[in-house]
Design a binder for this molecule. Structure first.
Ligand code: HEC
Length: 137
């Protein structure tokens, strides 16, 4: 009985810690300054394929909005970041720094009406794995 209680208490504590450390894209995980930098990069590197307003273009999918977010809903930011970093821009992949990729991802999230916060979006795989993609409420 006592053992069961201890186990239960531990489980509850672990859940509380997990909830406190994991964030979602609704929590202001990027800064406004970062969105401004990301917009410049997007216009230079991505807009010609993905459309001026991230709505998609010929053969390239939208990078903001309901359909885009539905595809990534509930996943961590890390795979979206890595997908962008390793395979985009499709005509010259891999030349953006992690900082530049974070800026573009911030711009994409902002275009999906997710809120900015105080700090820049992190660039490490570890931090990005802790942020879940959630569409705005
Ligand atoms: C030369 C055209 C081209 C350019 C430039 C380009 N992309 Fe793409 N992008 C594509 C195409 C085509 C696809 C879908 C096919 C594929 O997966 O490669 C795609 C897919 C993506 C995806 C996956 C979308 C999803 O929901 O599956 C992301 C994210 C992305 N691009 C981001 C970017 C970003 C950010 C830039 C600028 C840094 C960029 N792309 C520049 C053509 C382009």
């Amino acid at each position: 009985m006592t053992f069961t209680r201890i186990l239960l208490a531990l489980t509850v504590a672990t859940c509380a810690i997990t909830a406190a450390t994991s964030r979602s894209t609704r929590d202001g995980v990027f800064s406004k300054a970062q969105v401004t930098r990301g917009r410049t990069i997007y216009n230079e590197e991505c807009g010609k394929c993905h459309g001026e307003n991230l709505g998609g273009g010929e053969g390239a999918p939208a990078l903001a909005g309901t359909e885009f977010l539905a595809k990534w809903q509930g996943k961590p930011l890390e795979p979206l970041f890595e997908r962008t970093r390793a395979t985009m821009p499709a005509d010259d992949p891999g030349h953006l720094s992690r900082r530049q990729v974070a800026d573009v991802v911030a711009y994409m999230l902002s275009a999906s009406e997710l809120p900015a916060g105080e700090k820049d979006l992190e660039t490490t795989a570890e931090a990005l794995s802790d942020i879940r993609i959630e569409a705005k409420k």
